[in-house]
Design a protein around this ligand. Structure first.
Ligand SMILES: NC(=O)c1ccc[n+]([C@@H]2O[C@H](COP(=O)([O-])OP(=O)(O)OC[C@H]3O[C@@H](n4cnc5c(N)ncnc54)[C@H](OP(=O)(O)O)[C@@H]3O)[C@@H](O)[C@H]2O)c1
Length: 343
């Protein structure tokens, strides 16, 4: 880190308490570089982030940078900046490893140079694999709609990771209420968290309230509206959160970038937030968002009006033959889409 940036005392950063009693810092650093940054740039950002006070890093095997991030973490631990037990490290099993979760988890742990994850997630509830850098129209002919049996087989393996001490907590990602209703009653170890797309223009109030009611902590990904996401995740009608007039008005009052308003809103709403950046000034501002200048109650109400249901990460590359469109992945009418789509 360049020394011009101050350090934020990690003990001042709020934490959420999960159903297991573990405490997760409310701001984490995202590590998906949207195909724009090198692994080394992202690893350097992880080092800088930990030095400035971040204690939560959101990783995934599919980001293909766990080795470099592992070396970065080892370096800051060796320097005495932090110890492993002060860090919260999340990992995720990718779609092509649903039948070999333990092996995939062990490989990620090896790459990261750690011996447990604080949280391990099923990244997507489908075993549908697309190659990194896939284009929006790429389809894998083996792709299938959601299957309760398949997911529960994966979940049993996730539960096994807790029993073996490889992970402290397990959770879900990109789930829907319909999929939760079908699977929660079958689980022996319940998810502590659900990682889901959450930003001012996509607030998912129904799913948010549902997971909170089940003691599942929402973790919001793409909290700034992922302004640099890959082309495959862009469509014409997508809203731009940082351009929204309510967001801009509050940013002006606080004299911060609109990105910081998105983060403050998320934290005050009660979601964990995992903004990505490799730039020290941005990383600092994003962490600082959690320790100063709250939005007023009136501003929080105004932020509710920014929601226009603008899903950005639609997941179209996970669709199966016969699906009618990306909406089939999200059970919009409350029913899980089947192989022959009836929508
Ligand atoms: N579970 C899942 O399926 C899933 C899906 C997507 C993402 N994620 C996780 O969520 C993380 C965050 O999401 P994301 O990377 O899609 O998007 P994001 O955090 O909403 O947006 C990141 C971009 O916002 C800009 N930015 C960050 N802080 C800023 C600041 N203070 N001021 C101005 N601009 C700022 C940066 O742009 P520049 O680089 O141009 O500066 C950065 O690349 C990912 O890295 C990943 O860890 C999980």
């Amino acid at each position: 880190m360049t020394q011009e940036f101050k350090i934020i005392n990690p003990q001042c950063v709020p934490q959420v308490t999960l159903r297991t009693g573990d405490k997760m810092p409310i701001v984490g650093l995202g590590t998906f570089g949207s195909d724009r940054y090198t692994n080394q740039e992202i690893a350097d950002a992880v080092k800088a982030a930990i030095r400035m006070g971040y204690r939560h890093i959101d990783c995934a095997e599919v980001y293909q940078n766990e080795k470099e991030i592992g070396a970065a973490i080892a370096e800051v631990i060796a320097e005495g900046v932090v110890s492993r037990d002060e860090l919260w490290i999340t990992g995720k099993v990718w779609n092509n490893r649903h039948r070999e979760v333990e092996q995939s988890c062990r490989e990620s742990l090896d790459d990261l140079g750690i011996d447990y994850f604080n949280l391990y997630l099923v990244h997507w509830p489908f075993p549908n694999y697309h190659a990194p850098f896939a284009s929006p129209d790429d389809r894998n002919p083996d792709s299938q709609p959601f299957s309760v049996d398949e997911y529960m087989d994966t979940w049993r393996q996730m539960e096994g990771l807790v029993d073996k001490g490889l992970v402290k907590n397990i959770g879900t990602s990109n789930m829907t209420i319909a999929k939760f209703k079908a699977t929660l009653p079958l689980m022996q170890i319940l998810p502590v968290a659900n990682e889901m797309e959450l930003h001012p223009c996509f607030q998912q109030p129904e799913l948010f309230d549902y997971v909170v009611s089940k003691q599942i902590q929402p973790i919001g990904f793409s909290p700034i509206g992922s302004p640099r996401r890959p082309e495959r995740d862009r469509t014409e009608d997508d809203a731009i959160d940082i351009d929204h007039p309510v967001v801009q008005k509050i940013a002006k009052r606080l004299d911060v970038h609109p990105a910081v308003v998105c983060i403050k809103w998320g934290i005050q709403r009660g979601q964990v937030t995992i903004p990505f950046s490799v730039k020290s000034a941005q990383m600092f501002a994003n962490l600082q968002a959690s320790v100063q200048d709250l939005l007023t109650t009136e501003e929080m109400s105004q932020m509710e009006t920014a929601d226009c249901n603008s899903r950005l990460i639609k997941g179209q590359v996970f669709l199966w033959e016969g699906a009618s469109g990306w909406e089939d992945l999200w059970d919009l009418d409350g029913a899980i889409a089947t192989l022959v789509s009836n929508k």
